[in-house]
Design a protein around this ligand. Structure first.
Ligand code: C2E
Ligand code: CA
Ligand code: CA
Length: 653
């Protein structure tokens, strides 16, 4: 009952439901009017000779004209996209009209009743009940109108026939009274089903809208860098690929911008400050792009640029400079103001047939060049760089060949004790004599091996050879062996090396591993663990090329290196450049103060060797003493040095 009462009310607060009611009625109401008009005219025709003309003809025709107007109205407006408010107004009008028309037709039928014979009266009864029920069925979506129609029709019927004096009519009226209860129930349950369906449809619609919204967010996230709001790496490459596909003959100019000095910001000021720097950088870049082209954050502190297609090479260069200049502007972060810099590598592709990866590699290579000069400027990918890059590819390809392992060998450069000139050990230096490429410098093939993940295999091959050499070198001669950044950040390789030492029955104290600072920068924690393991086994660790990388005293302090190798770039120029001499002296002093041994490499003259000795540097290697030697020459060199030392000792005695 409560359901029925609530169904009678128009739900003004639920516009979706009102619109659904309107739509449902729009297809039913024209049918209702057509039925009504046909049935009314049928009654009118049979009464045309028995009832007065105004009643038999004019009234039903007048009412029918009104119905036709309503049919036309619903035909025109039934499919309109309407608001909840308008649906409300239309339905209120429909309820009123339902009441008025039902009353009018009912009263007309009852008025005709007195003029007809028994058959005609039966027709009137049929008209009232059957037409009434048909109309109610058409109004089921609007219970107020349906019930009003039921009430009026049934009332006319019951009142007229109850007092007709005809027992058949009285019986019919009585059954109509009983019929009205289940009929009202049917109306109610139909309406409740309809309401449930509308609710369900709305819920489904809402869920679909929500799913579409989430989908949109997901696809936006998949293409957007969350921190800066810029396009991300995937989006950058997708756009680049699209552009290359659309206009293969006019490939876009692309650039890569990389921040210099960003890592220390994170280390010193924390990640929140680092995030702020990246966000502000993105804002500066977006402003410089002026809404044209694409700027993306490719990851970490690397940004990618697809320059607008109408920019000339010189404009692109200016823009690259502007990016670098923008990076040099101070950044405000909690705790202070930060200054960093950045470099930009650009590729202006010539001709067609480029892939996104190739363009990226070229821009990256140009960036690498400018970063290695560390001057925070712009570098274009040139023909010279193209040649170097091709050579790099050749080397990478040859590294994969079966011959590579056989073509590898070691040379040994003596390390001298400056106190008396005797050889304390050797540094093992990799050599590759390729059948196709000739002699390839380790400075070229070791980075290539690192890039192609061949380094672990190569290190094992060379280390096996170094151990073999050490096994025939008389103790206490020692061997220094270079490990790459990848080796020192890889538990598997370091474990394999320890296993090899054990297998070769070599005293680990005769072995020294040389590692560079770049190794520490890539993954300090793993490097720290691995170094700890190696030192625990008795191996000594030297920090190679000290002064060339991002030297950090905290690294030296935390990792407790056994030795520091002063880079040859300082030592070699030592007698020509005061700055180099000062650096060398400072490093020597630092080592003495920290109680760490120092080794000077790149000693090319006696004068330098003597000066180093005066600075307190005890160990040295360099062309002045010997170039790297084949194994047997190295052993002979060590023996000769022993003899020389002995002779000098005897002479001085
Ligand atoms: P490094 O460890 O700094 O090695 C010293 C480099 O300086 C060697 O170059 C050596 O030949 C050169 N050198 C020695 N004395 C002098 C001198 O008086 N003057 C000059 N101008 N140069 C001198 P090399 O053999 O070309 O090696 C280059 C680099 O390749 C090495 O630098 C090292 O970083 C890397 N490397 C060499 N062998 C291996 C290896 O087996 N494994 C790994 N991971 N890296 C290696
Ligand atoms: Ca070295
Ligand atoms: Ca070195």
């Amino acid at each position: 009952m409560r359901n029925l009462l609530s169904g009678l009310r128009l739900q003004k607060e639920n516009p979706t439901f009102l619109v659904a009611q309107y739509k449902a009625l729009s297809s039913q109401i024209p049918v209702l009017y057509i039925l009504l008009v046909i049935n009314a005219l049928a009654v009118a025709i049979t009464h045309i000779h028995t009832a007065p003309m105004w009643l038999a003809l004019y009234v039903p025709v007048g009412l029918s004209v009104l119905c036709v107007f309503r049919i036309v109205w619903w035909q025109i407006h039934g499919q309109d996209c309407i608001s909840g408010d308008r649906a409300y107004r239309v339905m209120r009008r429909t309820i009123v009209l339902a009441g008025v028309l039902t009353f009018a037709f009912g009263a007309w039928a009852v008025a005709l009743y007195q003029y007809g014979n028994a058959y005609q009266q039966g027709q009137v009864a049929y008209f009232l009940v059957v037409t009434g029920i048909s109309c109610v069925l058409c109004l089921m979506h609007l219970p107020a109108a349906a019930l009003l129609t039921t009430a009026i029709t049934f009332s006319f019927m019951v009142v007229t026939f109850m007092f007709s004096g005809n027992s058949v009519f009285v019986a019919t009226a009585t059954s109509v009274i009983f019929l009205s209860f289940p009929f009202i129930r049917v109306i109610n349950s139909y309406f409740q089903n309809f309401a449930g369906l509308v609710r369900l449809t709305k819920e489904l619609g809402d869920k679909q809208t929500e799913a579409e919204r989430l989908n949109l967010i997901n696809s936006r996230n998949a293409l957007q860098d969350q921190l800066t709001g810029l396009a991300n790496r995937r989006s950058f490459f997708r756009e680049l690929q699209d552009l290359l596909q659309q206009r293969p003959e006019e490939p876009p100019i692309i650039g890569l911008v990389d921040l210099d000095g960003f890592k220390p910001v994170n280390d010193v000021f924390g990640h929140a400050a680092g995030d702020l720097v990246l966000k502000q950088t993105a804002e500066r870049f977006v402003a410089l792009m002026g809404g044209k082209g694409t700027i993306a954050r490719l990851g970490g502190d690397e940004f990618g640029v697809i320059f607008p297609s109408d920019l000339s090479r010189s404009c692109v260069s200016e823009m690259g400079q502007a990016f670098c200049a923008a990076l040099r502007e101070p950044y405000d972060v909690p705790g202070g103001s930060i200054r960093i810099s950045g470099s930009c590598g650009i590729v202006v592709p010539e001709g067609g047939g480029h892939t996104a990866e190739q363009l990226y590699e070229k821009a990256d290579f140009a960036l690498y060049q400018v970063k290695s000069r560390r001057n925070g400027s712009v570098e274009f990918f040139s023909h010279d760089l193209e040649e170097i890059l091709q050579q790099r590819h050749l080397i990478e390809l040859e590294l994969q060949s079966d011959n590579f392992a056989r073509e590898l060998s070691l040379e040994y450069q003596p390390i001298i004790d400056l106190d008396d000139g005797h050889v304390v050990g050797f540094e093992a230096l990799a050599r590759w004599n390729s059948a196709r490429l000739g002699r390839v410098s380790p400075d070229a093939f070791i980075p290539a091996a690192e890039r192609t993940a061949m380094i672990g295999k190569m290190t094992r091959i060379l280390f096996a050879e170094a151990l073999k050499a050490l096994s025939i070198m008389p103790p206490p001669l020692r061997m220094s062996f270079n490990l790459s950044a990848r080796d020192i950040c890889d538990h598997e390789t370091s474990m394999a090396l320890l296993g090899m030492i054990h297998g070769a029955k070599i005293d680990p104290r005769r072995i020294e591993f040389e590692i560079t600072e770049t190794a520490l920068l890539s993954d300090f924690d793993t490097a720290y663990e691995v170094i700890g393991l190696l030192r625990a086994a008795g191996i000594t660790i030297a920090l190679d090329d000290f002064g060339t990388g991002f030297s950090s005293l905290s690294h030296v302090h935390r990792l407790e290196f056994d030795k520091i190798k002063i880079d040859k770039s300082f030592v070699m120029q030592f007698d020509r450049d005061v700055r180099c001499m000062n650096i060398t002296r400072s490093v020597a002093n630092l080592c003495r103060n920290l109680g760490i041994a120092s080794v000077a490499e790149g000693v090319e003259s006696l004068a330098i060797a003597e000066a180093l000795h005066a600075f307190g540097v005890r160990l040295a290697q360099g062309y002045h003493f010997s170039r790297p030697l084949r194994l047997h020459d190295a052993i002979a060199f060590a023996e000769a040095s022993e003899t020389g030392v002995e002779a000098r000792r005897l002479a001085s005695a």
